[in-house]
Design a protein around this ligand. Structure first.
Ligand code: BG6
Length: 478
């Protein structure tokens, strides 16, 4: 046990997030050798009174059905499951946490590294953090540490998020708190820094002189599916836009950081967020899909948007006048998440035969990952005609045989390594809430209401009109 021991505690171990995302991510890390069994111990903690074996069985199901399960994997899965122990206890009393501490201490040797993943609703974060602080901290100074990972939704507006941050801040240093936003773990989101700052041809073009508008879009072709109760309290802006899409916007819009150090990157992201101007009501379209309220956990008169298009404007020398069109919706006609950077028209067009299509650079975060640039070429043949075509980088073709890691896998590894680059800092979170809090309060107060839209559609027609008014021009093909 030369390197000491690493205990990973998943709180909320019997819940959906743990089962669908966290345990599978840990298995992938284990399979790749990042969690050596000589050092690593995994604990599940929850209120249910179940045994180690029962927890392992619950976790095993999704692994066996996993699409990438390969022959020989069953043995790996079984070995991995043997690393997992279960402790049952409440989230607000010391008894369970003392027991957890005893169990961890039993297996520890050398420096003790303890990672607590709160796969729990934020309402219990303060009490759980208190219990960890009182009962379960790492006892070794020599290379030991205690870190906590918290999930979204982290608050409901600026005040509630700040309150939560202050409660956690009284117990843990900022360097111990990892606020996870799984979009920051996606391959093509991580690629944004390289794309922007390692390519000469993007550097001079990435500004208001050349770019007309930027869209950041999230679409899902399914509704709230059993999560209606949770979703109705939050809505699409808190569920997707305030966190995932705003994080993407930061990486698209920020200035070049001094270095790749987490604090340098996060400093630049905060500046972008702080430069976003107040949202105008006329630059917002909200929608709610028909049938949303038929979920028994959703009130019949719900005012919660399941769709939103919002135009954000950044007050800076680089971006003045460039609309950032942020769009997210559930139960739409397709599933994708992408960034579309649309360049300006070329003045003095000499190719009169056909209107020139705009250059558009599309970064498709998923699925499947791709980047392509729409550009004009001569239509092959005897005539001098123009046609829009694509420079296309499809990850599946170009990187055959390379498995793109799951976002959670990457982010959990970062927490073990102590790298906070891809986690949201407290001031960043506050600045992100400040952008949306006034709008959210108007929706909560019923001053703004969603327009109904059909399931499987593009969302409310008014959102397309907003897009056109913001200057977006439909490009051809692809
Ligand atoms: C979660 C939201 O954060 O992200 C869900 O709560 C959403 O509503 C999910 O479905 C989308 O994540 P991904 O990685 O599938 O785009």
């Amino acid at each position: 046990c030369e390197g000491g021991s690493l205990s990973i505690v998943v709180l909320g171990a019997s819940g959906d997030l743990a089962k669908k995302k966290i345990f599978p991510a840990l298995l992938h890390l284990y399979r790749q050798g990042f969690l050596p069994p000589s050092e690593v111990h995994i604990f599940g903690y929850a209120r249910s009174k179940i045994t180690d074996e029962e927890l392992r069985e619950r976790i095993r199901g999704p692994f066996i059905q996993a699409k990438d399960a390969m022959p020989g994997d069953f043995e790996t899965v079984s070995k991995f499951l043997q690393l997992i122990k279960y402790v049952s206890g409440f989230y607000d009393t010391e008894k369970g946490f003392r027991l957890l501490d005893e169990e961890i201490s039993k297996v520890e040797c050398g420096s003790s590294r303890r990672l607590f993943y709160l796969a729990l609703p934020p309402s219990v974060y303060p009490s759980v953090c208190k219990m960890i602080k009182h009962c379960c901290m790492s006892k070794s100074d020599n290379g030991g540490w205690t870190r906590i990972v918290v999930e979204k939704p982290f608050g409901k507006d600026t005040d509630s998020a700040e309150k939560l941050s202050a409660q956690i801040g009284e117990l843990f240093e900022e360097s111990q708190v990892y606020r996870i936003d799984h979009y920051l773990g996606k391959e093509l989101v991580q690629n944004l820094l390289v794309l922007r700052f390692a390519n000469r041809f993007f550097v001079p073009l990435w500004n208001r002189d050349n770019i007309d508008n930027i869209q950041i879009v999230f679409r899902e072709d399914f509704g709230t599916e059993g999560r209606g109760g949770y979703f109705d309290e939050y809505g699409i802006i808190r569920d997707i836009i305030q966190n995932h899409l705003l994080q993407v916007l930061c990486l698209v819009a920020m200035e070049k950081p001094i270095s790749l150090k987490p604090e340098h990157i996060r400093d630049e992201k905060v500046k972008v967020l702080q430069s976003v101007l107040s949202i105008k009501d006329e630059e917002v379209v909200l929608g709610q899909y028909e049938g949303y309220t038929s979920d028994p956990t959703v009130p019949d008169d719900s005012n919660t948007p399941t769709f939103a298009t919002v135009i954000l404007r950044i007050h800076s020398e680089r971006w003045e006048g460039v609309p950032f069109i942020i769009k997210a919706g559930k139960a739409l006609n397709s599933r994708k998440a992408e960034i579309r950077v649309q360049f300006k028209d070329i003045p003095g067009d000499i190719f009169k035969c056909k209107k020139l299509g705009r250059n558009e650079f599309v970064i498709r975060l998923q699925p499947p990952e791709a980047m392509y640039m729409k550009f004009m070429v001569k239509q092959p043949g005897l005539e001098m005609a123009t046609v829009q075509s694509e420079l296309d980088l499809s990850y599946r073709q170009r990187y055959q045989g390379i498995t793109i890691p799951e976002a959670y896998e990457r982010l959990i590894l970062d927490t073990i390594r102590g790298d906070q680059q891809h986690f949201v800092r407290r001031d960043e979170l506050k600045a992100a809430w400040e952008i949306f809090t006034p709008l959210l309060h108007k929706i909560d107060g019923g001053q703004l209401s969603p327009i109904p839209y059909k399931q499987g559609s593009r969302g409310p027609a008014a959102a397309d009109e907003l897009l056109v008014n913001a200057g977006y021009v439909q490009t051809h093909g692809y």
